[in-house]
Design a protein around this ligand. Structure first.
Ligand code: GTB
Length: 217
């Protein structure tokens, strides 16, 4: 059964792969599973038909037969469990890869989202510069720790996994902030993720939603 996911009809990032359907698209491309996409406007996301799929009226969602899922992390985890290619077979290595999935979403993403929300919602406040400096310090702490752990390795725990997929998408939210560039091994790590053929296919597909041009490859 071909799964259907939901995505923005018109993404605020103009198709730069920052909305969270990107991680689901990438996971599906990595495992070679074709999928359909249903595009939603902001108002459609808040209608009851969509809220039956997503209690918070957001994207992405995932429908596959009787299964309806929301939360990008849960969706990527489901894909990684159902299809080969995103989690190792070895039990301990698999547990470590899952730990990195949680680390990406629970430990690294929150300060990055706090920073990006402040740049959108708090820019006109008198205390904005002071708060931004505080939030960026919090991001730097996590980047420093992640950079130390990654060291010279290609991926967080030996082979590429769903943990790397989520971590790369989380770090990409720092694009344009100038923060990632101070950690060359993390910049190279993100570039390594973006160079994967599955990433490129997913990126082109979500970009095509915005540009209206179908990918050529
Ligand atoms: N925890 C949920 C998950 O991981 O799935 C969070 C889902 C979520 O935040 N969805 C956002 C959404 O539907 C889109 S991804 N927002 C509409 C709403 O809440 O009404 C967040 C996002 C949106 C846009 C950009 N961008 O343009 O750069 C980046 C990230």
């Amino acid at each position: 059964m071909t799964p259907t996911i939901t995505a923005f009809e018109r993404s605020p990032d103009r198709g730069k792969g920052l909305a969270r359907d990107m991680r689901v698209r990438w996971a599906l491309e990595e495992v070679g599973q074709p999928y359909d996409v249903r595009l939603l406007s902001f108002s459609e996301m808040k209608e009851s038909a969509h809220r039956k799929l997503h209690p918070f009226g957001q994207i992405p969602t995932y429908e596959e037969g009787d299964l309806i899922l929301f939360e990008s992390g849960a969706i990527v985890f489901h894909i990684a469990e159902r299809y080969a290619g995103l989690l190792p077979d070895d039990t301990n290595a698999r547990a470590r890869a899952i730990a990195w999935m949680f680390a990406a979403l629970n430990t690294v993403e929150p300060p990055i989202v706090d920073r990006s929300m402040a740049t959108i919602l708090e820019r006109d406040k008198p205390w904005y510069e002071e708060r931004l400096a505080f939030l960026e310090d919090r991001v730097r702490v996590r980047l420093g720790e992640l950079s130390s752990r990654l060291g010279r390795a290609d991926w967080l725990d030996d082979a590429f996994s769903a943990g790397d997929l989520l971590m790369v998408t989380v770090l990409r939210r720092l694009n344009g902030s100038g923060l990632l560039e101070n950690y060359p091994n993390l910049s190279a790590y993100v570039a390594r993720g973006e160079a994967r053929p599955a990433y490129k296919r997913a990126f082109e597909d979500q970009l095509a939603v915005f540009t209206g041009k179908r990918p050529t490859g």
